[in-house]
Design a protein around this ligand. Structure first.
Ligand SMILES: Nc1ncnc2c1ncn2[C@@H]1O[C@H](COP(=O)(O)OP(=O)(O)OP(=O)(O)O)[C@@H](O)[C@H]1O
Ligand SMILES: [Mg+2]
Length: 527
């Protein structure tokens, strides 16, 4: 008999679970009363028991489910949420609300016995909860076959709508994978989620110990998100115009026209999310649309160009551009890139993403992709060919670098599994391979590596950057980093390290090492 508490299979003769000690019992599928294996009907509600050959897991109360959610929370997220407790109560916050619903659950559950249906839902919830939490959203409600989640409260997120859309895209992909598995194991039809999103304001109420937020005023915000879910076809995400406007350019959308929704007098504009676009940041989007003329910051640009001259002569340099959000860090880097566009130089760029901290080597992977000209949608074998061709050109030893580079690029059968070594040794090999690429590449022509937004960097990338900083003196390498003031590093004190501090107000202070230089410029165009 299978234990209803820990799911361990026990011999039929046992009365208590040999794994957790729980009493081994059978339950009526209808009223959950305890029944005996010999009974044909439930003595409490009369439900036929002929199908009861296994104990049915009891329906989990919400608290139990939340306890389960907390198991999946990335480290530190629960503390982060609870630390907001005294700050947000009563505050009006702009949030993105997500509703998910599983299409065809009722008809699918009819084909399964209750235990199987329960296990299936557990797997679906696991995907939903994990994905929402990965993007720092929080689960607010679990509906019968879906969830309501929030992005932007209790944790304030500057890019909540973008995270909500990315979450929904990952959920759809994960459901395809889960469906594949269920099809093979049980011949089930595919699971498809309908997802609706809307961004609007809510007044935040009490934040419970269970990490759930109550709202005192939800207005239309929650309702509209739920209506979007109702309109979405299975396997798609529908968003309102508010969410669309906040993420336009970062994703491709299909305009679905105006729809009449319950509770709204005038029809609302609805958009279907198609896919992420190649632009990944707000700056990329504005650059695509056309930028306003570049003003001020001439001194910063000059410093970068001087640094590049030194690099061309064989003296590696590193620059940090530091400043608050919107002050013009990316713009300065963009202008520098334009200024060296006609030079014989390799310019590689990597970006740390606000939701990328959990992805090891995130910006380094960007750098590798642009170095080996790997495009979105390239197949594994295509990527392998490009990397092999690239390392041949660089004259880098294939055996000691290829598996590590392929592993970083998530290529299946990278070959790394055949090499037995500790995690530490593996990390050293990865960094060594990157070093080879950087140093050999810089011999062919000067190499500029720009890594943006270090305030969101993952630990592995940070270690790699520290290593790059060690190896660049004497190499034709220019490292440029951008970050907001909250990022703290210990890189100062090197003769080839330079810091450019951008000021939002009327002046901009540039510090170079070892001398300090300062200049006053016009304010940048506000973000
Ligand atoms: N010197 C400038 N001249 C003209 N426009 C500027 C200048 N600096 C910044 N801008 C404009 O201001 C906007 C914000 O700048 P940018 O994206 O470079 O900020 P940031 O410091 O990189 O911010 P974040 O930390 O959010 O990445 C952009 O549209 C940019 O074109
Ligand atoms: Mg920027």
């Amino acid at each position: 008999m299978i234990c209803s508490k820990c799911q361990t299979k026990n011999p039929e003769t046992k009365k208590f679970c040999t794994e957790c000690g729980a009493k081994l019992s059978l339950f009526c599928p209808s009223c959950q009363s305890e029944v005996k294996p010999t009974e044909k009907f439930c003595g409490e509600c009369g439900h036929p028991l002929s199908l009861v050959d296994k104990p049915l897991p009891k329906k989990q109360p919400f608290d139990a489910k939340l306890a389960q959610i907390q198991r999946y929370l990335p480290q530190g997220l629960a503390d982060k949420i609870l630390s907001q407790r005294n700050h947000i109560e009563g505050e009006r916050k702009r949030v993105t609300v997500m509703f998910t619903d599983m299409a065809g659950y009722t008809s699918m559950s009819e084909k399964l016995d209750p235990e199987e249906a329960f296990i299936l839902m557990e797997q679906v919830y696991e995907v939903l909860i994990k994905t929402v939490n990965e993007y720092e959203g929080t689960i607010n409600k679990m509906t019968g076959d879906g969830i309501m989640a929030l992005f932007g409260a209790p944790i304030a997120l500057e890019d909540a709508p973008q995270r909500a859309i990315r979450t929904s895209l990952v959920i759809h992909q994960e459901m395809v994978k889960l469906s594949e598995k269920l099809k093979q194991e049980k011949g089930l039809s595919p699971i498809r989620m309908r997802i609706g999103l809307h961004t609007g304001s809510v007044v935040v109420g009490i934040l419970g110990n269970d990490l759930r937020v109550e709202f005192t005023a939800v207005g239309d915000t929650v309702n509209l998100a739920s209506r979007m879910e109702g309109l979405a076809e299975p396997g798609t995400t529908y968003v309102t115009e508010d969410t669309f406007k906040l993420t336009e350019g970062l994703f491709r959308f299909e305009a679905m026209g105006e729809k009449q929704v319950k509770g709204k007098e005038i029809p609302v504009k609805v958009y279907r999310v198609i896919a992420p676009s190649t632009q990944r940041t707000r700056f990329d989007v504005s650059a695509e649309r056309g930028l306003t003329p570049f003003v001020g910051r001439e001194r910063g640009l000059e410093l970068l160009l001087d640094g590049f001259e030194r690099v061309k002569e064989g003296s590696g340099q590193a620059f940090s551009i530091m400043g608050e959000a919107g002050v013009g860090k990316s713009r300065l880097l963009y202008e520098f890139r334009k200024a060296v566009a006609n030079e014989d130089v390799t310019f590689l760029e990597g970006k740390c993403l606000s939701f990328g901290r959990g992805i090891a080597y995130n910006p380094i992977i960007d750098i590798l992709k642009s170095n080996f000209d790997i495009k979105e949608g390239d197949s594994d074998s295509h990527i392998r060919d490009k990397v092999i061709k690239g390392i041949k050109l660089l004259e880098v030893d294939e055996a000691s670098t290829l598996p590590y580079l392929l592993e970083l690029l998530s290529v299946k059968d990278s070959g790394i599994d055949k090499i037995f070594m500790s995690q530490e040794a593996r990390k050293d090999r990865i960094i060594e391979s990157l070093k080879q690429i950087v140093l050999k590449g810089s011999k062919i022509c000067p190499l500029i590596m720009a890594i943006e937004d270090l305030h969101w960097i993952d630990n592995s990338s940070e270690d790699a950057l520290k290593y790059f900083l060690e190896i660049i003196p004497g190499a034709r390498v220019l490292l440029i980093f951008t970050y907001r003031p909250e990022f703290v590093h210990t890189w100062g004190g090197r003769s080839y390290y330079n810091q450019i501090n951008l000021n939002r107000l009327s002046n901009c202070v540039f510090q170079t090492h070892p001398a300090t230089d300062s200049t006053v410029i016009r304010p940048p165009i506000p973000w």
